[in-house]
Design a binder for this molecule. Structure first.
Ligand code: FAD
Ligand code: FES
Length: 263
C-alpha cells in the first residue's frame, strides 16, 4: 500500500454518464491486483477529510484507471479533473479476487461499476469464461468491447429490454445454469448491488460452485481503522464475526457472508 500524489494523465466521458480517469503512477500500476481499490482524496471544492473508494479498472503502462459515475458532491467534483492535476491516492487497498481455481470455467456477474471492477480478473484469468452484465438500460452496460477483446463471452440483461434479455441479470444466468451443455465445473466472481450478490450466492450454493463477491459499503478511513464498513461473516467455526470490508474484503467467499442481514 502506498500514499501518492498521482498526476492525472487524462479523463474522458464514457457511455452511461461514467468517466474514465487515468492516473500516472507506475508504483500503483505494478502493485494493483484484481478486485482491489483506490481511496481517493477529493479535489477542491469538495475536499473533505473522507476519501472515496474506487475499484481499479485497469493498470498498465505506468497508469491506473478508474471508471466512476458522478452520484454526489465528491464524484461531481472529480469530473472537473484535467491532465496535469494532482490527486492524493492511497492504494492498492483491500483483499481482491483470487485467481480462478485450476480447471474451472469462470463466470462473472456484474452490475453498475462492477463491470469495471472485474476487468483485471478477466484479463489475468488463465482462460476466458462467461460474463453476465446487468443494468437498468443499455447505457448502464459498460466495457463490453474490452471483455470481448479478451475472448470472454458477454451475456447482457437490461430491465427495460433495450439491450440483451429483458429483466435482471439472473434471467439469462438462470437459463445458462440450467442448460445441460454448459461448461462444468464453474466458479463465480461478482461485483454489483448487494441484492445481486445475494442472488449469485444462492445460485452458487444451488450449483455446488464456489463464489467470490465484492461487497459495496460506505467507507471512512479505507484502511481498517474506523469500523465504518463492517459486515458480518462466518468464521471457520460457524460463529458470526464482524469483518471490515475495506481490509478483510471487499472480496469475500460468498458462503461466508451473513446474507440474512442484507436487504
Ligand atoms: C470498494 C468500493 C469500490 C467502488 N468502486 C467504484 C467504482 O469503480 N466506480 C464508481 O462509480 N463507484 C465506485 N464505488 C462507489 C463510490 O465510492 C461512491 O459512488 C462514492 O463514494 C460517492 O461519493 P460522493 O461524494 O459523490 O457521493 P456522496 O455525496 O457520498 O453520496 C451521494 C449518493 O451516493 C450514494 N453512495 C455513496 N457511497 C456509495 C457506495 N459506496 N455505493 C453506492 N452508493 C453510494 C449515497 O448513498 C448517496 O445517495 C465503490 C465503492 C466501494 C466501497
Ligand atoms: S473504512 Fe474504516 S475500517 Fe473500513
Amino acid at each position: 500500500m502506498i500514499i501518492e500524489d498521482a498526476a492525472v494523465a487524462g479523463q474522458e466521458r464514457r457511455a452511461g454518464g461514467y468517466y474514465l480517469l487515468s492516473l500516472r503512477s507506475p508504483k500503483l500500476a505494478a502493485l494493483a491486483r484484481p478486485g482491489q481499490f483506490l481511496h481517493v482524496r477529493l479535489p477542491a471544492p469538495a475536499d473533505t477529510l473522507l476519501r472515496r473508494p474506487f475499484s481499479i479498472f485497469q493498470a498498465a503502462e505506468g497508469e491506473v484507471r478508474i471508471l466512476y459515475k458522478p452520484v454526489g458532491r465528491g464524484t461531481h467534483s472529480m469530473t472537473a479533473l484535467q491532465a496535469g492535476d494532482v490527486l492524493s491516492v492511497i492504494g492498492p487497498l483491500g483483499n481482491g479476487f483470487p485467481p480462478p481455481a485450476p480447471g474451472v470455467h469462470p463466470v462473472l456477474v456484474a452490475g453498475g461499476y462492477g463491470m469495471a471492477a472485474l476487468y483485471l480478473l478477466a484479463a489475468s484469468a488463465p482462460r476466458p469464461g462467461t460474463a453476465f452484465f446487468g443494468g437498468a438500460g443499455a447505457a448502464d452496460i459498460l466495457c463490453v468491447p474490452e471483455f470481448e477483446a479478451l475472448g470472454w463471452k458477454v451475456i447482457i440483461a437490461t430491465e427495460d429490454g433495450s439491450l440483451g434479455a429483458r429483466g435482471r441479470v439472473t434471467t439469462p444466468l438462470d437459463a445458462w445454469l440450467s442448460a445441460s451443455a454448459r461448461p462444468r465445473p464453474i466458479e463465480f466472481f461478482a461485483c454489483g448491488p448487494n441484492g445481486m450478490l445475494k442472488a449469485v450466492a444462492e445460485r452458487a450454493a444451488a450449483a455446488g460452485a464456489r463464489a467470490w463477491v465484492s461487497m459495496d459499503r460506505s467507507m471512512g478511513c479505507g484502511v481498517g481503522a474506523c469500523l465504518t464498513c463492517v459486515q458480518r461473516v462466518r468464521a471457520p467455526n460457524g460463529e458470526a464475526v464482524w469483518a471490515r470490508v475495506c481490509k478483510e474484503g471487499p472480496v469475500f467467499e460468498a458462503g461466508s457472508v451473513v446474507w440474512e442481514e442484507i436487504e
